[in-house]
Ligand binder design. Structure first.
Ligand SMILES: *Cc1c(COP(=O)(O)O)cnc(C)c1O
Length: 422
């Protein structure tokens, strides 16, 4: 595998950007080596600056559920942008995307578009605080919610802890409003509510935690969170930036049939463009400005080009059997790979999300159950796969995504390549 050009570009980028990148995981620090500079993508494949071709299971970290450069998305974007790219005034396209979502999702009644998942979560937490007139929030170790201050916290030692900042620059006083507990632990949540029951504005969770391995929770646990929130006047916030439109059109809320009070979206919603959103009941959403006194705004919010990409992509997702076919495809891949039981290699999956792990455990449901030492196996496997034309996110804590564009041939080649590499 040649990588002269990527290496050159990376050396240059280091002069411009911290770590040579505009988002840290791209720097390949957790697997070592030089990140690939990507030149183009089509369908399930990408090509790097040295001309190497890969089957792509990163899919831009999830947004590209139809694969790269989908013709329907490209045509929609092309048509829209020829009439101008942004107005800072309402356009019909915002209505269209909202109708598409709200008309097919019984869990939210109103929505607000923003420009990233981080922004969606930040705004949703403010909304929860504004609605409940409470300050504290409860999050789970092992869930990622973007880089907003109050969520860049990790658990201390103990059942219920105020978070320690997981980033410099986050004031101690901010994280003192964030309670952190382990996933899959009812006792910790009960304990937190008994200490702070009238202070907790919201419980925020990735209902399908997929940013720190794939830590699938039991439905029973999510229902427990629903019940304890209702009992305490606390809002349940599902961060569905990954799971929304991925595990079916109605995301994890639909999959588990549990109604949260607020849902955040991102990634798939924008068809590969920067879009995030949050939605809730009419009552809760009426707190948002200009109707209510929770302020939130955005110069490029509801951007017409991004809206048309979202409309084009989500329209495909709404076609009959879209998710069923995607899951069948993923099962074929996962079953094939699961037969390769070498070195404790194992796959965890749901819908079209999969996670590669090296473990003897049959279930991994909280961050503490991931063996950090096992990541050395992932690093070795990673470079082996890369050399043979398989691209996934460059960290053993990241999940893989299957797109509609993935072919049977891709799947067969992937399984054969894993077999050699393992
Ligand atoms: C990706 C992600 C975010 C952050 O979204 P950005 O668009 O990267 O800001 C938030 N929450 C979850 C669950 C995510 O997967």
């Amino acid at each position: 595998m040649k990588n002269e050009r990527s290496t050159q570009l990376f050396e240059k980028a280091k002069n411009y950007f911290p770590g040579g990148v505009n988002s840290p995981v791209r720097a390949f620090r957790s697997v070592g080596g030089t990140p690939l500079f990507i030149e183009k993508g089509k369908g399930s494949h990408i090509w790097d600056a040295d001309g190497n071709e890969y089957i792509d299971y990163c899919c831009s970290w999830g947004p590209l559920i139809l694969g790269h450069a989908n013709d329907k998305v490209l045509n929609a974007v092309d048509k829209t942008m020829r009439n101008g790219t942004s107005f800072g005034a309402p356009t019909q396209l915002e209505n269209e995307l909202a109708e598409l979502i709200l008309g097919n999702n019984p869990f939210i009644e109103k929505i607000r578009f923003v420009s990233s998942g981080t922004e969606a979560v930040m705004s949703a937490v403010r909304l929860a605080r504004g609605f409940t007139k409470r300050n504290k929030i409860l999050k789970f170790e092992g869930c990622y919610h973007g880089h907003t201050d109050s969520l860049l916290v990790k658990a201390g030692s103990g059942l219920v802890t105020f978070g320690n900042t997981s980033s410099a620059g986050v004031p101690e006083s901010f994280v003192n409003e964030t309670i952190v507990v382990s996933l899959n632990n009812k006792k910790a949540v009960e304990e937190a509510f008994s200490q702070f029951h009238e202070q907790i504005a919201c419980v925020i969770i990735e209902p399908i935690p997929a940013n720190n391995g794939l830590l699938l929770q039991d439905r029973d646990y999510l229902q427990f969170l629903r019940d304890i929130c209702t009992k305490n006047g606390t809002l349940l916030l599902f961060d569905e930036v990954i799971s929304g439109f991925r595990i079916g059109f109605t995301g994890a809320a639909g999959y588990y049939n549990i109604k949260p009070d607020i849902i955040t979206y991102g990634k798939i919603i924008g068809g590969g463009f920067p879009v995030g959103a949050y939605g809730a009941s009419k009552e809760i959403m009426s707190c948002i400005s200009p109707d209510g006194d929770v302020y939130q705004a955005g110069t490029l919010s509801g951007n017409p080009v991004a809206m048309s990409a979202g409309i084009a992509q989500l329209s495909e997702c709404l076609k009959p059997n879209f998710y069923k076919d995607l899951e069948t495809k993923t099962q074929k891949l996962v079953n094939g790979l699961s037969e390769l039981r070498t070195n404790n290699f194992k796959l965890f999956s749901i819908g079209s999300i999969f996670w590669i792990a090296f473990t003897e455990k049959e279930k991994i449901q909280c961050a503490e159950d991931i063996d950090a030492d096992s990541m050395k196996h992932f690093r070795t496997l990673y470079h082996n796969l890369l050399e043979k034309g398989i691209y996934t996110g460059p960290s053993g804590y990241e999940v893989g995504f299957v797109s509609e564009a993935l072919s049977n041939e891709d799947i067969d080649r992937t399984i054969a390549t894993f077999k050699e590499s393992l």
